[in-house]
Design a protein around this ligand. Sequence first.
Ligand code: 5GP
Length: 114
Amino acid sequence: MSEKTIFKRIIDHEIPADIVYEDDRVIAFRDNNPQAPTHVLVIPKKEIASLDALTDEDQALLGHLWLAIRRIAGDLGLTGGYRVTVNCGPDAGQSVDHLHFHLLAGRKMSWPPG
Ligand code: 5GP
């Protein structure tokens, strides 16, 4: 079996993380190299390598993830707005092979992203 990703180790509570939300299908924790005052990673507990690896089976899970993101944004009081970003593949800079949504807030964001 291939080696666990760092995120799978966080899901399994093998390594510490600053967890802000968890349920049976999703876990969210603060990024350890934050790019904004609030930078949370929201990930499915199911091992999915990237956005590109999603299948029709994951439809309900994806809906659940987006609703979890909305809930976390509410819980964290992100009333000024927030950005959700998914990096998929090398050109986008994906560095961990486990699907993750970056939830960024707390400063003005520029557009387009770099
Ligand atoms: P990507 O570059 O793949 O879109 O995002 C991966 C993110 O995971 C990066 O923002 C990086 O800082 C974060 N990250 C990598 N390893 C760890 C870790 O062990 N703990 C936490 N909390 N974040 C991590």
